[in-house]
Every structure is written in structure tokens, then in C-alpha cells.
Design a protein around this ligand. Structure first.
Ligand code: FAD
Length: 78
């Protein structure tokens, strides 16, 4: 029987599954957990690690991050 239809495969249940650990997916996950800490959130990333596919010219507009995590700069220094 092909693996894709085997019923004995290990499975995990989540409330929300987000595809892609880029800024959008990570922001979505952070906001969901802020609003509902008990929610089980899973992020699927095809890269080898979070941020593996991030491209940056080092231009940073922090407005959205300020709204999402107001004390981000303080936390980064810790
Ligand atoms: C060369 C370059 C330089 C840039 N410089 C800047 C800058 O200086 N400042 C700035 O603010 N913005 C910059 N940007 C823009 C910035 O990278 C994007 O706005 C931002 O990454 C968009 O975030 P996103 O989460 O929507 O998408 P992405 O960052 O593309 O994230 C999507 C993620 O989903 C994953 N994924 C896709 N399909 C699947 C799948 N089927 N299964 C699992 N995972 C999947 C990808 O691997 C990726 O990690 C730059 C972009 C480029 C191309």
C-alpha cells in the first residue's frame, strides 16, 4: 500500500497550519498566539530552517513589528 494512504502513519493535530516561515507566516503565528495562547499552531517551512529563504537588502521599516511586538528592540538586547 502506498505511504500516502496508510492509516497507521503518525499524525499530529493542529488548530492552524501556516505554510511558509517568512515574515507573513511568522507574523500570523505570533498574532494568533497573542490572541489565543492555547491555540496549537504549526508552521511548515520548505527551507532547511526558518529564514532560509529570506532575502534582505537591509532596509527595515519597523512599523508593523512595532505593532506586533511593541518591545521587540528591548527583547533583542536581552
Ligand atoms: C533581493 C531582495 C531584497 C529584499 N530586501 C528587502 C529589504 O531590505 N527590506 C524589506 O523590508 N524587504 C525586502 N525584500 C522583500 C521581502 O523579502 C519580502 O517582502 C518578504 O520576504 C515577504 O514575506 P513573505 O512572508 O510574504 O514571503 P517569503 O519571505 O517569501 O516567505 C515565504 C516562505 O514560505 C516558504 N514556502 C513557500 N512555499 C512553501 C511550501 N509549499 N511549503 C513550505 N514552505 C513554503 C518559503 O520557503 C519562504 O520561507 C527583499 C526581497 C528581495 C527579493
Amino acid at each position: 500500500m502506498p505511504d500516502s494512504i496508510r492509516s497507521d502513519r503518525e499524525s499530529m493535530e493542529y488548530d492552524v497550519v501556516i505554510v511558509g516561515a517568512g515574515p507573513s507566516g511568522l507574523s500570523c503565528a505570533i498574532r494568533l498566539k497573542q490572541l489565543s495562547p492555547d491555540l496549537n499552531v504549526c508552521i511548515l517551512e520548505k527551507g532547511s530552517e526558518v529564514g532560509a529563504h529570506l532575502l534582505s537588502g537591509a532596509v527595515f521599516e519597523p512599523r508593523a513589528l512595532d505593532e506586533l511586538v511593541p518591545d521587540w528592540a528591548e527583547k533583542a538586547r536581552r
